[in-house]
Design a protein around this ligand. Structure first.
Ligand SMILES: [Zn+2]
Length: 305
């Protein structure tokens, strides 16, 4: 089983501070790295986390605010300097494509690799990416501009046959393969028919991670992320600043926790803190009061999924 590691690269919101970078996270699965948002300090943070740039398989950008995108251009320049030749997939709202082309023309001139830009669809819930490890679907968010969250889900695992069945009937490899493929197997010597639904079981549910920032509290997003192992949800403010959160299209820590409870996720990481908070404990306490399995996002922390 390949380990999943979420590395927090940036837990801050619009204004970077001495200790917090703007939004960026790296989901590391095996040798592949999926970059989620790409705020200004992303390259530096990747370097501090000892994550090799060349392993980035795809970049997913939630929305086109500066604190989620400005790191992308420097990253592309550096990737070109590493001698990368593998194509890089970027998933973002459509206007970013022209901006990337303009920046490359102005500052980089020639990239050694191809950028495969994919404009995000309007309707949430669409599968936008799939490889041998995971698929990625979009989550509806409500912010000041079009914004989508992302759910990274492991492909359903192939079922196993209950060991006592294999032992009792001395099943051959061929019979096991047929059952796993969903076929019934008739055992004439035993006058028995083995049915897949009766002998197969799932070793464990597939893993999933959901990323939701920037957004107001959005109850309608709960079905899209129900039961995920780990949810990163923005918590820009404490509840006393709820009017400001509503005005700016953000959530409070209490709302992040209420959403986690509503969506029945297993663990919650809160982040995207306003620069006004030097001490994050009030945000954590507020969230844990509602959803105890909450932790703070902190730069370079690793969350295992
Ligand atoms: Zn924003």
């Amino acid at each position: 089983m390949l380990p999943w590691h979420l590395v927090i690269l940036g837990s801050g919101s619009a204004r970077p501070t001495a200790h917090r970078a703007p939004s960026a996270q790296a989901l590391c699965i095996g040798r592949r790295i999926y970059l989620v948002d790409c705020g200004e300090a992303t390259q530096m943070q990747l370097s501090k986390a000892a994550i090799p740039l060349e392993r980035i398989a795809a970049v997913f950008v939630t929305h086109l605010h500066a604190d989620h995108t400005l790191g992308l251009f420097g990253l592309l320049a550096s990737l070109s300097m590493t001698g990368r030749t593998a194509p890089l997939a970027i998933y973002a709202h459509a206007p970013l494509e022209a901006m990337i082309a303009h920046i490359i023309e102005l500052f980089i001139a020639h990239l050694n690799f191809e950028i495969c830009f994919h404009a995000l669809p309007d309707e949430p819930g669409a599968e936008i990416y799939s490889d041998s490890q995971i698929s990625v679907t979009t989550i509806p968010l409500h912010h000041r501009i079009p914004t989508l969250g992302f759910k990274f889900a492991e492909h359903p695992l192939p079922p196993n046959i209950r060991p006592e069945i294999v032992a009792r009937y001395q099943l051959s490899r061929h019979e096991i393969a047929r059952l796993k493929a969903g076929e019934e197997v008739a055992l004439t010597s035993e006058a028995t028919i083995l049915r897949p639904s009766e002998v197969l079981y799932q070793r464990r549910p597939p893993r999933a991670f959901a990323y939701m920032t920037d957004t107001l509290f959005t109850a309608s997003a709960a079905p899209f992320v129900r039961g995920v192992d780990l949810l990163y949800h923005e918590a820009t403010y404490t509840q006393d600043l709820l009017p400001l959160a509503k005005q700016t299209g953000h959530s409070t820590a209490q709302q992040a926790a209420e959403f986690a409870r509503l969506a029945e996720v297993k663990r919650l990481v809160i982040g995207h803190y306003s620069a006004r908070y030097h001490d994050l404990e009030p945000l954590l306490a507020e969230a844990q009061h509602i959803f105890p399995a909450t932790v703070l996002a902190k730069e370079l922390d690793i969350h295992t999924i």
